[in-house]
Design a binder for this molecule. Structure first.
Ligand code: SF4
Length: 242
């Protein structure tokens, strides 16, 4: 199915409603193809290369060959994530652009405290995750990421497309996929899983702020900032919805 695209850059409320209805009834591949066709080189695609990231990365490698994948390296990631990124990039033929903080980890810690990520995680995320992404946004009209509604209660309302106040149109091609859909897809396409997944890490972010999910936790992101009220690093919440 081909999803028609409004000719102008702005998508108003009426167009958005019609487009949303069409995209909701489309496959993830069709949604991604629509985004690539509409935004071309002004499309930003981000991946955390975490557990479950392989499915959308594989789709992207099929649909958007030639466009880069952006990866935020906060300086606090697990070495397994870096190794997994390199493995998947080689296997899928992906070109990866690394977005890094302006202040390297050691300087950041010496300036703000060795436990700043525990004392003020919002500040730490703002500097090491959100700011690197913000610097990549100018000129981008579309932004694809792998948010899914079943990842957590705070993501349950994720739409296939979301307008932002002054930023790019956000596109979530697998918003309606379940974790089972993701792992079935990865199995079908023989995509290896993140090495920490087998150790109970269902969602993986920075090492100091991630622990495995335990048996009675149904929320896939329960191991992120566990014991605190924080549920998001900020990259998916700092742009105001329109
Ligand atoms: S997830 Fe933790 S270590 Fe990573 S940027 Fe946020 S607070 Fe810092």
């Amino acid at each position: 199915m081909t999803v028609p695209s409004p000719p102008d850059a702005e998508i108003d409320d009426v167009q958005r409603g019609a487009l949303l209805a069409k995209l909701e009834g489309s496959s993830a591949e069709e949604r991604l193809a629509w985004a690539v066709d509409r935004f071309g080189s002004t499309l930003l695609f981000t991946s955390s290369f975490g557990p479950g990231s392989g499915a959308l990365l594989h789709l992207f490698s099929v649909v958007a060959r030639g466009l880069p994948v952006h990866f935020i390296d906060t300086g606090f990631l697990f070495e397994e994530t870096i190794a997994y990124r390199d493995e998947l990039a080689a296997r899928l033929g992906l070109s990866v652009i690394v977005l890094a903080p302006e202040t390297p980890r050691e300087t950041f810690l010496s300036r703000h405290g060795l436990k700043i990520y525990a004392q003020n995680p919002d500040f730490c995320c703002a500097h090491n995750k959100v700011a690197p992404l913000e610097r990549a946004l100018p000129g981008k009209r579309g932004w694809v990421s792998g948010l899914r509604r079943d990842q957590s209660s705070t993501r349950a309302d994720t739409a296939i497309i979301e307008r932002t106040a002054d930023g790019p149109l956000k596109i979530h091609p697998i918003a309606d996929w379940s974790s089972r859909d993701v792992y079935r897809y990865q199995e079908k396409h023989q995509i290896p899983e993140h090495p920490l997944w087998a150790k109970g890490y269902v969602s993986v972010g920075c090492a100091p702020c991630t622990r495995p999910v335990v048996a009675d936790e149904s929320d896939e992101r329960a191991g992120r900032w566990a014991g605190s009220a924080k549920t998001e690093c900020g990259i998916h919440t700092f742009l105001a919805k329109k």
